[in-house]
Design a protein around this ligand. Structure first.
Ligand code: FAD
Length: 291
């Protein structure tokens, strides 16, 4: 099923993100995580592709497993280190597997040498170009990324909104945001879209904090800020993974309840392949009513 149709049917969607195992790690735990996440009956599960330009393998196989569980699969795809032919081949393979939902991303340049034998296209290609390619291939529902706190490479907010509008005009059906820990950024972003007459659904990216180190690393990479309230929690509980996870889940629950009160179109949980985090949040917030 095309995810755009789910957004048409439902006031609020609930979705999860997972990532493939590293090349030397076993497959089974990821499949187990998908089985548990699928049991919650989310509207879709997305699966990442080649984060940081590496580990591209098995995104498609994992997406097939999600679909076999009866859940719509959203396949992430990047273009920064891919030849046009490679992208076209992937799109054909997705079609053969009846995988029709793609999150079109530029991706980040890999650290070190380009590993795939293609010239890096950094500065020459953007997600908009991939959206155009996917749309011209035909038959896909296309999502794109958005950044309530701004993308780290774009210092000018007005320019970023201009580029986002270009990307949307190329054929985007819905947006998923980068993580944020202060809902005010998300509401401000929705107002910006409103002023720019952009009316497509936006799913709010929420990540329950379970490890101080992990969240600091991710925020340093993606530019999300850590509000004082969360910083205080990390100072207090960061020494213990158990206590940090408990506090992080409580923090995410409050964020989610507030988002649902504001009638957001979607909540997208970055599960970090830990189904227990999603299970807790579904059981302990009004997310379960949105499912
Ligand atoms: P774009 O939309 O192309 O934007 C990138 C930058 O270029 C922005 O600063 C933008 O303002 C600027 N820009 C856009 N158009 C132009 C133009 N015409 N001229 C000049 N500047 C321009 N990465 C992975 O590798 N794998 C994943 O699976 C993955 N999943 C993600 C999922 C979500 C929901 C999000 C939010 C991010 C994900 N990322 C993933 C990270 C993403 O690839 C990076 O944030 C990347 O730096 C930008 O990708 P984009 O698709 O937003 O790029």
């Amino acid at each position: 099923m095309k995810i755009a149709e789910i957004f048409l049917r439902k006031p609020t969607t609930v979705s999860f993100e997972i990532f493939p195992p590293k090349p030397d790690a076993p497959f089974a735990p990821v499949l187990d995580a998908i089985n548990r996440l699928s049991a919650l009956r989310p509207d879709f599960i997305s699966v990442t592709y080649g984060a940081a330009g590496v580990h591209r393998g098995c995104t498609m196989e994992i997406a097939e497993h999600i679909a076999a569980c009866g859940i719509a699969a959203l396949v992430h795809l990047t273009c920064i280190a891919s030849s046009p032919k490679e992208t076209d081949d992937i799109l054909e393979a997705l079609k053969e597997r009846h995988l029709r939902n793609v999150l079109a991303l530029r991706g980040d340049p890999p650290v070190g040498d380009p590993p795939f034998g293609y010239p890096m296209l950094a500065g020459k290609i953007f997600a908009k170009d991939l959206v155009e390619r996917i749309k011209s291939s035909g038959g896909f529902c296309v999502a794109a990324a958005a950044y309530p706190e701004g993308h780290p490479e774009c210092p000018n907010r007005a320019l970023e909104l201009f580029y986002l509008k270009e990307k949307i005009a190329a054929g985007v059906d819905f947006l998923i945001t980068q993580i944020f820990f202060d809902n005010a950024f998300f509401y401000g972003f929705l107002e910006e879209l409103d002023r720019a007459a952009v009316a497509l659904p936006v799913s709010a990216g929420i990540m329950p904090v379970f490890s101080q180190k992990q969240v600091e690393r991710i925020c340093a990479l993606c530019g999300a800020s850590i509000p004082k309230k969360l910083r205080l929690l990390m100072d207090k509980y960061g020494h213990s993974q158990d206590e940090m996870q408990k506090a992080g889940l409580e923090y995410a629950s409050l964020q989610i309840e507030d988002l649902l009160e504001h009638n957001v179109r979607g909540v997208h949980l970055y599960t970090m392949n830990r189904p227990e985090l999603a299970e807790f949040l579904v059981a302990n917030t009004k997310l379960r009513q949105a499912l």
